[in-house]
Write a protein that binds this ligand. Structure first.
Ligand code: PEP
Ligand code: MN
Length: 339
């Protein structure tokens, strides 16, 4: 950490800040310039708050150099994390994994149709919500356990793995036999108790970025899961809330290369929630792959106009099939394959 002192800082103030840093466990190297002194604090600690120094008398600015996380950072693991799923599919390798299906499981017929359609188009993982985090308590809340059973059956029948959202700790055990990947929704990215429990689980967790979360906050949330011992974490950019009203959210595609630079963990893009509009999903899926996404999470419904949730952003099966064709052309341009 670098602490720049004000031009007007007194020797006593500089000494106080130096003492404070040393009490925190840092070695302090002072550079005295013609007008200003700068203190370089070197040490292993990452659990500090720079504001504690910013408020000390005589301090002008504090700049943090080391990342506040350990396990998710590139320093911890030099190579990219590749997560091996039960059927041999890998997330984080050369192949971009496509996860697709409806927002929610609505009926046996709907999820079986969806599974068949997305499998035929080349998806490897079936998505579908059993427990739905809806903004309104009066809208469809999901079919719960019944949906999990249907998802598993439909997935198995079509050679697909299964991903579904876990909303609370008590659901983890219930979901265990039915899902291959636990999804943590945007609203739960900072449900630290849930993240800690998922740290004990031995199944991959796809954790979505919160609607108002910085990239650093997303990485710190992933650190909660990893620090519990579960290193199989897949991050997911799903759009953040901005001042733009044309789209439901603003899909922050720049988060993809930024996460790749900071972390060894794979990152997924969800252009469905990222835009909220069906006709924007394909272009943003293509852009995500071009930007380096390791996986895509896409909502596809056999009959989107009658979907019980997120119909407007769900692709018709035919559109999904066409999108897969486009992705197969884009992926090789960035050294990837699709499937
Ligand atoms: C979903 O995937 O259907 C969902 C609710 O996503 P998010 O948590 O990104 O809103
Ligand atoms: Mn949805």
């Amino acid at each position: 950490m670098i602490v720049a002192m004000l031009e007007t800082a007194t020797e006593d103030q500089i000494q106080d800040v130096t003492d404070h840093l040393m009490r925190m466990g840092f070695a302090v190297h002072r550079t005295t310039g013609a007008r200003q002194s700068v203190l370089a604090a070197v040490g292993k600690r990452i659990d500090f708050d720079t504001r504690d120094l910013e408020v000390l008398p005589g301090v002008e600015r504090v700049h943090r150099i080391s990342a506040p996380y350990k396990l998710v950072g590139r320093q911890f693991r030099g190579h990219d994390t590749v997560i091996k799923l039960p059927n041999g599919v890998e997330v984080g390798g050369k192949n971009v994994v496509v996860m697709a299906g409806p927002c929610s499981v609505e009926s046996r017929e709907q999820i079986f149709q969806a599974a068949e359609q997305v499998a035929k188009a080349g998806a490897k993982v079936l998505r579908g919500g059993a427990f739905k985090p809806r903004s309104s308590p009066y809208t469809f809340q999901g079919m719960g356990l019944e949906a999990l059973k249907l998802l598993r059956e439909a997935g198995d029948a079509n050679g697909l793995l299964v991903i579904s959202e876990v909303m609370e700790i008590s659901q983890i055990e219930q979901m265990m036999p039915y899902v291959d990947i636990f999804q943590v929704g945007a609203r739960n990215m900072q449900n630290f108790n849930l993240l800690r429990e998922l740290g004990k689980v031995r199944k991959p967790v796809l954790m979505k970025r919160g609607i108002a979360a910085t990239i650093e906050e997303m990485l710190l949330s992933a650190e909660y899961i990893m620090s519990g011992g579960n290193y199989e974490v897949i991050l997911c950019e799903r759009g953040i809330r901005t001042f733009e009203t044309y789209t439901r959210n603003t899909l922050d595609i720049s988060a993809i290369p930024i996460v790749h630079k900071l972390s060894h963990l794979p990152i997924t893009s969800d252009p469905s929630h990222g835009t909220g509009l069906r006709d924007k999903v394909a272009p943003m899926a293509c852009a995500s792959v071009a930007a380096g996404a390791d996986a895509l999470l896409i909502e596809v419904h056999p009959d989107p106009d009658h979907a019980l949730s997120d119909g407007a952003q769900s692709l018709f099966p035919q559109q999904f099939d066409e999108l897969m064709g486009q992705l197969r052309m884009i992926a090789p341009a960035v050294g990837r394959t699709i499937g």
